[in-house]
Design a protein around this ligand. Sequence first.
Ligand SMILES: Nc1nc2c(ncn2[C@@H]2O[C@H](COP(=O)(O)OP(=O)(O)OP(=O)(O)O)[C@@H](O)[C@H]2O)c(=O)[nH]1
Ligand SMILES: [Mg+2]
Length: 218
Amino acid sequence: MRKIAVIPAFNEERAIGGVVTKTSEYVDKIVVVDDGSVDKTSNIAGKAGAEVIRLDINTGKANAVREGLRLCSGYDAVIIMDGDGQHLPREIPILLEKLENSDLVIGSRFLKDATKMPLNSKISNKIASLLMSSLIRQKITDPQSGLRAIRGERVGELELKAERYALEHIMILEAKRKHFVISEAPITTVYGAERSDIHPVRDTLIVILNIMKFILRL
Ligand SMILES: Nc1nc2c(ncn2[C@@H]2O[C@H](COP(=O)(O)OP(=O)(O)OP(=O)(O)O)[C@@H](O)[C@H]2O)c(=O)[nH]1
Ligand SMILES: [Mg+2]
């Protein structure tokens, strides 16, 4: 099975080297997408062995992932993971195992011990979970999770008409509309000193707007 990982990374010079090195144990190729980082993210990712897509202007996580997915044809499994070190590359095989009977596997922090998750994240995740589960009529415990696996032959069916952090939600909605088999796998998320680029108000509004556009097929 040929496997590729797509890692969006924006100003992640502290973590990206380790993420690429560890991930390379589990996949055949790694694509890091860096759009407009002002630090050494691209350099470090390249030295660690990743193919780097470098865009000059920051376009957001959704666009970064879309760019990375363009390089995934010919692979049987596509892993998408964060570049900030919050995901454990050694858990990739857990997702790949689930992918044998699914088209999209979402790593869920709530199927494992989530006690270390900050309270605001817990609340926003719970609300997102209720909303997304009712929209697709299937229980999704962690719709915002960035660690996923997609069956390679189906990746091209996803348009991913999303902006910034709406990517995760829109991917689930599009997958359901295209009759993907969606499942979840338990994963760990590391909460440490990483900084988040999320602007709570702006990014929540973008997510809501993107979901509304999807439902109205705009
Ligand atoms: N290329 C690119 N990557 C991005 C962009 N925004 C976020 N990312 C990456 O997407 C991943 C997740 O972003 P975070 O800001 O950590 O968001 P999160 O992990 O969902 O949220 P936290 O729990 O707050 O950390 C990280 O690897 C970021 O570097 C962007 O505009 N461009
Ligand atoms: Mg993060």
